[in-house]
Design a protein around this ligand. Structure first.
Ligand SMILES: Cc1cc2nc3c(=O)[nH]c(=O)nc-3n(C[C@H](O)[C@H](O)[C@H](O)COP(=O)(O)OP(=O)(O)OC[C@H]3O[C@@H](n4cnc5c(N)ncnc54)[C@H](O)[C@@H]3O)c2cc1C
Length: 279
């Protein structure tokens, strides 16, 4: 198997590396200390085409693919894992769901705004008592004449409380178990939606994480993605893509640890001499 990158992928990796070193590194420590999310960073990443990798040109994408996205995510996370998150929130989650399961109208309406970061995205599965066991969620979407009424509380959602648009999973038929779950694309500023920050984290402080409360949120019919009951399937497919991005972030962090360790070992003296290490 040939694992070498194309010229285009190498160029994108270099662009992300340079962006991370010039735009993120100088203020990173202070930003993490202050728990500062900077929307303009996401906007600048968008201008460089970072979030267009998986979408066709007709939606504003560049179709450079998941590998290009992954090597860029790795370079950003090498400097700051917090700023690797937008790849997942703007692209690997919502865009993959709309490209694989959405209608043409949903794609045209939302994907360009996610690519250029006019809208900040999130995806909401987890609840207070629902983590790995996705099917145990309690949130419900009840169909009415005009659309759906959404109720429930989602926890540990990346991008909250600054999200504008979310792909949200809820039950339309709890009795049907995982076959009764559905996926919705929801305006995070709709009446009845409340976003709250969760501050009890151990790291990733520039990447907001929060809780979303849905209280009788009236969502229009066209917010349903796929068919009613497709939610579990859509969620599992989405997680394949978000895990790819999470893994790229982990590789970036591991590289940074290795680089720092080697640098320190090369500087360190003990017993009056440099510690022996191979260069
Ligand atoms: C910083 C952060 C950001 C997040 N962002 C999002 C987001 O954007 N959207 C979202 O929906 N969620 C998000 N989450 C939630 C995340 O997806 C959940 O934490 C995850 O699903 C795991 O759930 P849990 O923490 O309840 O762990 P649990 O499900 O309780 O699992 C705990 C441990 O037990 C293991 N385990 C679980 N079940 C079994 C079993 N049957 N057999 C053996 N081992 C098992 C797991 O592998 C894990 O190691 C985020 C979480 C964090 C911390």
């Amino acid at each position: 198997m040939d694992f070498s990158l194309t010229e285009e992928q190498v160029a994108m990796r270099e662009m992300a590396k340079s962006f991370a070193e010039k735009k993120i590194a100088p203020t990173m420590e202070e930003d993490e200390k202050e728990h500062r999310f900077r929307r303009e960073i996401v906007k600048e990443m968008a201008k460089l085409g970072f979030f267009g990798c998986i979408a066709p040109e007709k939606y504003g994408g560049n179709e450079t693919g998941y590998l290009a996205a992954s090597v860029m995510t790795e370079e950003i996370a090498r400097i700051s894992p917090s700023w690797g998150l937008p790849f997942n929130l703007q692209m690997n989650s919502i865009q993959s769901v709309l490209l694989n399961f959405g209608t043409e109208e949903q794609r045209e309406r939302w994907i360009p705004k996610l690519i250029n970061a006019d809208l900040l995205g999130c995806f909401a599965i987890t609840e207070a008592n629902t983590g790995s066991d996705v099917a145990s969620m309690k949130s419900t979407a009840v169909e009415t004449e005009g659309g759906f009424v959404l109720n429930g509380t989602k926890m540990w959602i990346s991008g909250v409380p600054v999200a504008d648009l979310g792909i949200v999973y809820m039950y339309t038929d709890k009795a049907a178990k995982h076959r009764g779950m559905s996926a919705f694309i929801v305006d995070m500023h709709a009446p009845g939606v409340t976003q709250k920050s969760i501050d009890s984290k151990l790291g990733l402080f520039c990447a907001p994480t929060g809780e979303i409360i849905f209280e009788d949120v009236k969502a229009p019919k066209d917010c349903l993605v796929g068919q009613k009951g497709d939610g579990f399937k859509i969620c599992m497919s989405m997680l394949d893509n978000t895990r790819l991005s999470s893994a790229s972030r982990a590789v970036g962090v591991a590289r940074a640890c290795l680089e720092h360790s080697v640098r320190y070992a090369n500087e360190r003296e003990q017993f009056g001499q440099p510690i022996p290490i191979s260069k």
